[in-house]
Design a binder for this molecule. Structure first.
Ligand code: PEP
Ligand code: MN
Length: 342
């Protein structure tokens, strides 16, 4: 249930409502707008029914939150957008965030040279996997701890916040030491234990849409993290499996405005994994940026032909500055501000 306070409600009125919500066994999620404060009462139906907030001082009215994902729903913020602060970078709202780097951390030279290219082209964050989800158990699984140390070095050199994948709850602490954002990969989107731990850790999360997941399922995954009190969640469209076989996955551009309608969370697009081919990455990126995506996460590599994984889809770092400039122009067309910092 959403409790809408009057514009004249006092801090004491708000505090009394929060107290009532919590003492009936539900959780209070407060969203302060310019005009009014909204209080989401989230919990079991019986707990919420017990609240009877309408009669309380300062309460204007209440409405049910209709979606099964309560905290992720746009309704809980009254249409306002969440703007995350990731190590001083603003993500969401009017901001456009470019995240780039190699698929996987391979060597010191590769990681540092890609990081320098990405930083000098003005990207907001650096991506690279130290733990890799691979279809084949015989394929390279990532450098693990050593990869995290290399990412740490790249961060120290460039100042760019790090986005890196977390696959296993046992690695939460080690990854959180280096990562500014943990990526939950498409294959782990419904790993509810992992999502809950990320929620508890408080570390910002980028949740990728599963290969066959509906938007509602993606929002429910976000809910797992939000429910633990971690508000720093980004959603990522990375292509879904369809009947079309001429390219790797089908990038669902429609998901961008629809997710922005359904939720208040930033929506990031990954054109690389959808395309699977370098030549498709720019057109898909332009489409995503022009559709109003809150950001793009893209793969780039200094020598894609030698890359251990996802080389065919990686943009050469030598082409990255041009790529970034084109994408940022498209984002500006959609009314986004590029590179806003706190
Ligand atoms: C990746 O970002 O390198 C990756 C493996 O992505 P996804 O989980 O979307 O396949
Ligand atoms: Mn990859």
């Amino acid at each position: 249930m959403l409790i809408i306070m009057k514009s004249t409600a006092t801090e004491d009125d708000v505090a009394a409502v929060i107290h009532r919500v919590e003492s009936s066994g539900a959780r209070a999620h407060v969203s302060r707008g310019d005009e009014v404060t909204l209080i989401g009462a989230i919990g079991d139906r019986e707990h919420v029914a017990r609240i009877e907030a309408e009669a309380m001082h300062g309460v204007d009215h209440t409405v049910p939150i209709l979606k099964p994902y309560k905290l992720a729903s746009a309704q809980v913020k009254g249409g306002g957008r969440s703007v995350l602060d990731i190590a001083g970078r603003h993500v969401g709202g009017d901001n456009f965030t470019l995240i780039a780097g190699p698929c996987t951390v391979e060597s010191r030279d590769q990681v540092l040279s890609a990081a320098e290219t990405v930083a000098s082209a003005g990207a907001a964050m650096y991506r690279g996997g130290a733990y890799k989800p691979r279809t084949s158990p015989y394929a390279f699984q990532g450098l693990g701890q050593e990869g995290l140390r290399l990412l740490e070095e790249a961060k120290a050199r460039t100042g760019l916040p790090i986005v890196t994948e977390l696959m296993d709850v046992r690695d939460v602490e080690a990854v959180a030491e280096v990562a500014d954002v943990v990526q939950i990969g498409a294959r782990n989107m419904q790993n509810y234990t992992l999502l809950t731990e990320v929620g508890r850790s408080g570390i910002p999360a980028l949740i990728k849409r599963g290969l066959s997941a509906t938007l509602e399922e993606l929002c429910m995954s976000a809910e797992y993290v939000l429910k633990e009190g971690n508000p720093n969640v980004m959603l990522c469209e990375r292509g879904i499996r369809t009947f079309e076989g001429s390219y790797r996955f089908t990038l669902d551009i429609t998901a961008v405005p629809v997710l922005q309608e359904l939720t208040h969370l930033p929506v990031i697009v990954d054109p690389s994994h959808a395309a699977g081919r370098r030549d498709l990455v720019l057109p898909l990126s332009l489409a995503a940026a022009a559709a109003g995506a809150d950001g793009i996460i893209v793969e780039t590599h200094p020598a894609p032909e030698e890359a251990i994984c996802d080389g065919p889809q990686a943009i050469h770092t030598s082409d990255f500055a041009d790529y970034a400039a084109r994408v940022e122009q498209a984002a500006a067309v959609a009314g986004k501000v590029v590179g806003a910092t706190a």
